[in-house]
Every structure is written in structure tokens, then in C-alpha cells.
Design a protein around this ligand. Structure first.
Ligand code: SF4
Ligand code: SF4
Length: 488
């Protein structure tokens, strides 16, 4: 298949060999599961269970709130022992509302309702089932999958792209899933294509995964809808907009969606979850996680219940050989630093990496030598050195003029910078600051609007009082006059 050139990108050391040959293994139940109510982009789910309640595997624990939200379900049967704040699997480590479940060891399912012929279902019925199953983008983006499956209502769609690129170093969970359960992944893709109303689906897999390519090609052999496209091994090939550009030659408009050019992108693990949800009625309770990094004794790919503590997985991998220099959820380029091994695995977690000092670039940053390597590496055509200079000077508007909002935080610029300037950290910080300012602006406007509404209401009430008083006075005067006339 003809591919199109995309700009920028880097070739970080792959380091996938530690787990690429390791089949997916099951994880024994941990003593406690911690299920955060926010495992997706959007509004957090609202609990529908109480403390002390016994629940069955697959039972709804918390319901979605609003359009962009996703419910969470019990990963096994057991008892709810706590609903409250618990350390977030996020660099802030701040507490987030979390349901703690104590497994009873019975792994007893609630009744599930699958569908024999998903292609006889209306597209809306498929997306409703996907929404009820709590499926979110499992490549790390965690956008509720049903919202993307409903895009046919607003866009003219023609292509579904399945992201099986897995371009981040170390990670092999999608590779193993596509190798071991290709038929199920392809079934999920067909179901999603039906929901989207498209007649073509392309599975993009980087060329460094020949076995996954072969397994997926076998699974969709002769299929009129699904086919496999090998894409070059280059980071960030898994970035949605770049993947679409490499496959179609079409560029997604700045600040637009791939749907603007008729394409929807889902991850390979999301397709597998859709297969399970539609065929068997299974909610999203587990996912495959790559546990790797130089500090892990025996790296593995583990089918992990959501809510399982990271320390439980590390123990299963023989523990760590030394105190990790950095603990990450996701890959080393875009992953999130974890504050503790006690945090749980959540829906978007495709990897747990425990990295040694050798694997983490921690040299001191030197001044910029204006070599422009960062410009050449940026897949979005930005000028990272200028953006960073503006941010350092506290001029966020200046950084915005240089396209800060278009930065996908891929880290390619930091990776190539010979001066070791942590460019992507500047951009993440600045984007957080811009978002905080925007939230403050919206809040201020809302406060101003409410204050104006209140003063209008008070003015209306005062006016009504004045009018009532005037009316009463007039009535009294009229009564007095009538009485005087009666006496006369
Ligand atoms: S790569 Fe680093 S040193 Fe070179 S121009 Fe960019 S910021 Fe400056
Ligand atoms: S982090 Fe942003 S600026 Fe740096 S290479 Fe990626 S997209 Fe470009």
C-alpha cells in the first residue's frame, strides 16, 4: 500500500525485546482493588454502590455523568470497603475519588447479555452498548469510545483507522494482543466500522512487529472491509493525525479532528474491548499491560484487572533489581510519572515502566545553541526553541503565537536536543498554565454573570416593592377620600 511522507519524528531505542516474545499472562487477584471514578477524559463517574455492599464481577459501580464520561464496573466479585480519596495514578499524586473493592476470591459474574449478530444492530445500539461497557481509548488517550463511534451523525466518514503502531519504546501489549487474539481484534474492528457506517478499515502496524502484521493479515484475509497497512517504525507514528496523514496523505486541520477529513481513529486494544462488550456483554474490567524497564527483574505482558496496584504487578515480575529512578505509566516519551507503586492500573495504562538511572536522561540542561535539531524533529512543524524561549520569559501569548496549542507533547524535540533542554516539560507546563488561566477566566465570567443576574433580581424586587408601596398608598388615599366623602 502506498504511504505518504510525514515530517519530523525520531528513532528512539526500541527496547521492546524484553517483552516482545512474552505471551500475555493472567494476574492473580490482589488483596484490594482501587477503582478511581475518573479513568477517562470528561466528567467523573458517580457511585451507585454503598460501603459494605457486596458486588458481582461486571456490576456497575459508578455511572457516567453527562455526554463525555464513562461508567466503571466491578473487576471481580467482593465487598466495597471504601469510597473516598486515594492517591491518583498521575504525577500530582493528589487524592481522587476512588472505590476500594475487597475481592472475595469467587470471581462471580453478574448476568451478561451478548449479541449473536452485531451487524443486525442499529449503529446507535452499538454505541449505546459500548458506552454502557465503559470503554475508553485504550492507547492512553482515554476518550470515551462511544462518543467517537457516534461521529457519523455530524461528519461524512469514509475510513476507520486502527492504531496498532505502538511507537513508544518498551511497550508490546498491543503487539502481543494482535498476535494472540487477532480474530477478536478484527471482529471488534468490523463492529466499529458498522457503527461508523464506513466500508473501509485500515489497521496500521509498525514494521518492527512482523508477527502482529502477519497474524492480523491472516485474520482479515479476504475481508472486504478490514486490511492491514505496515507503517515505518518512527516515533510518533502512533499520533492520530500523523498516522492518518501517513495512510491517506490528508492533513487534519490545525485544532480540528481527523473526522473533519472523514477519518476516525481507534486503538487496537479498544477494538478488542468492543468485541468483548458486544459479543458477550462484558464491560471493560481488564487490559493488557507491559511491565518493563531496566529495574524490573522479569519484564512481562500481563492481563490485569483494572484497579490492581502497580506493586502487585512488579511483585509478579520478580520485583525490582534496584530503586527505580523513574516509575512511569505508559511509554518513556509520553508516559506519566507515577507518584507511588501503590497507585492502581487504570483503563488508559498500557505500560508500567521502572527505569534505571541509565535509562533516564538526567544530565543538566545547557544553553540553547540554536542548532535547530528540535525544529527538524517536530512532527507538527513547530519551532520548539522559540516556544520555549517565550515560555521562559513568561510570555504565554508569544508561545501561543508560535503554535503551543498544536504541540502534541510527543517529546521528540527534547529527545534530540543536544543541550538536554527539557522542552516538552516547558510545553506541558505552559499548556497547564494556559488551561488554568482559561478556567479562571470562565469562572470569573460566570461569577460576573451571576452577580449581574443577582443585582438585576434585587433591582426587580426593589422595584416591585416600590410599586406595591405606591399602590398601597394610593389605595389608602382613595379609601380615606371615600370615607371623607361618606362623612360629608
Ligand atoms: S535542539 Fe536544543 S539546542 Fe538545538 S535549537 Fe533546539 S532547543 Fe536549542
Ligand atoms: S513536544 Fe511539541 S514541540 Fe516538541 S516535537 Fe512534539 S509536537 Fe513538536
Amino acid at each position: 500500500m502506498k504511504l505518504f511522507r510525514i515530517r519530523g519524528g525520531v528513532h528512539p531505542e526500541e527496547r521492546k525485546e524484553a517483552t516482545a516474545q512474552r505471551p500475555i499472562e493472567a494476574v492473580p487477584l490482589p488483596a484490594l482493588l482501587r477503582i478511581p471514578l475518573q479513568q477517562h477524559i470528561g466528567a467523573p463517574a458517580e457511585p451507585v454502590v454503598r460501603m459494605g455492599e457486596r458486588v458481582l464481577k461486571g456490576q456497575l459501580l459508578a455511572n457516567s455523568q453527562g455526554m463525555i464520561s464513562a461508567p466503571v464496573h466491578a473487576p471481580t466479585s467482593g465487598r466495597i470497603v471504601r469510597i473516598g480519596g486515594y492517591t491518583a495514578p498521575h504525577p500530582s499524586g493528589l487524592p481522587v475519588r476512588t472505590i476500594t473493592l475487597e475481592p472475595d476470591g469467587k470471581d462471580q459474574w453478574i448476568g451478561l447479555e451478548g449479541v449473536d449478530d452485531p451487524f443486525a444492530l442499529e449503529p446507535e445500539a452499538i454505541s449505546a452498548r459500548v458506552a454502557a461497557a465503559g470503554i475508553v481509548g485504550m492507547g492512553g488517550a482515554t476518550f470515551p469510545a462511544a462518543v467517537k463511534l457516534n461521529l457519523r451523525r455530524r461528519y461524512r466518514l469514509r475510513l476507520l483507522v486502527i492504531n496498532g503502531a505502538e511507537c513508544e519504546p518498551y511497550l508490546t501489549c498491543d503487539d502481543r494482543l494482535m498476535q494472540e487474539q487477532a480474530a477478536e481484534v478484527v471482529d471488534g474492528i468490523r463492529i466499529m466500522a458498522h457503527a461508523l457506517g464506513v466500508t473501509r478499515a485500515l489497521v496500521a502496524i509498525e514494521d518492527n512487529k512482523p508477527r502482529a502484521q502477519e497474524a492480523m493479515r491472516m485474520a482479515c484475509q479476504g475481508d472486504p472491509v478490514v486490511s492491514v497497512a505496515g507503517v515505518p517504525t518512527r516515533y510518533p507514528m502512533g499520533s492520530e493525525k500523523h498516522l492518518v496523514q501517513a495512510l491517506t496523505g490528508l492533513e487534519t486541520p490545525a485544532r480540528g479532528l481527523t473526522a473533519d477529513i472523514g477519518v476516525v481513529v481507534h486503538n487496537a486494544a479498544t477494538a478488542f474491548a468492543v468485541h468483548e462488550a458486544i459479543r458477550f456483554g462484558k464491560p471493560l474490567l481488564e487490559r493488557v499491560v507491559t511491565v518493563s524497564g531496566g529495574a524490573v527483574r522479569t519484564p512481562r505482558n500481563l492481563r490485569t484487572l483494572l484497579g490492581t496496584p502497580v506493586e502487585h504487578l512488579l511483585k509478579l515480575c520478580g520485583g525490582t533489581t534496584a530503586e527505580p529512578e523513574r516509575l512511569l505509566s505508559g511509554g518513556p516519551m509520553m508516559g506519566q510519572v507515577l507518584p507511588s507503586v501503590r497507585v492502581p492500573v487504570v483503563k488508559g495504562c498500557n505500560g508500567i515502566l521502572a527505569l534505571t538511572p541509565d535509562e533516564v536522561r538526567s544530565e543538566r540542561a545547557m544553553p540553547c545553541i540554536r542548532c535547530a535539531s528540535c525544529v527538524g524533529a517536530c512532527p507538527c512543524g513547530l519551532v520548539p526553541l522559540e516556544m520555549a524561549a517565550y515560555i521562559r520569559a513568561g510570555d504565554l501569548e508569544g508561545a501561543a503565537r508560535f503554535g503551543l496549542a498544536d504541540c502534541i507533547a510527543c517529546g521528540s524535540c527534547s529527545y534530540v536536543c543536544p543541550s538536554r533542554i527539557p522542552l516538552v516539560q516547558y510545553f506541558n507546563h505552559a499548556k497547564g498554565e494556559v488551561a488554568a488561566r482559561e478556567r479562571a477566566r470562565v469562572k470569573q465570567e460566570e461569577t460576573r454573570r451571576l452577580a449581574a443576574q443577582k443585582s438585576e433580581r434585587l433591582e426587580r424586587m426593589a422595584q416591585a416593592k416600590r410599586e406595591a408601596l405606591a399602590r398601597r398608598k394610593a389605595e389608602m388615599a382613595a379609601r380615606k377620600q371615600a370615607e371623607a366623602e361618606a362623612r360629608a
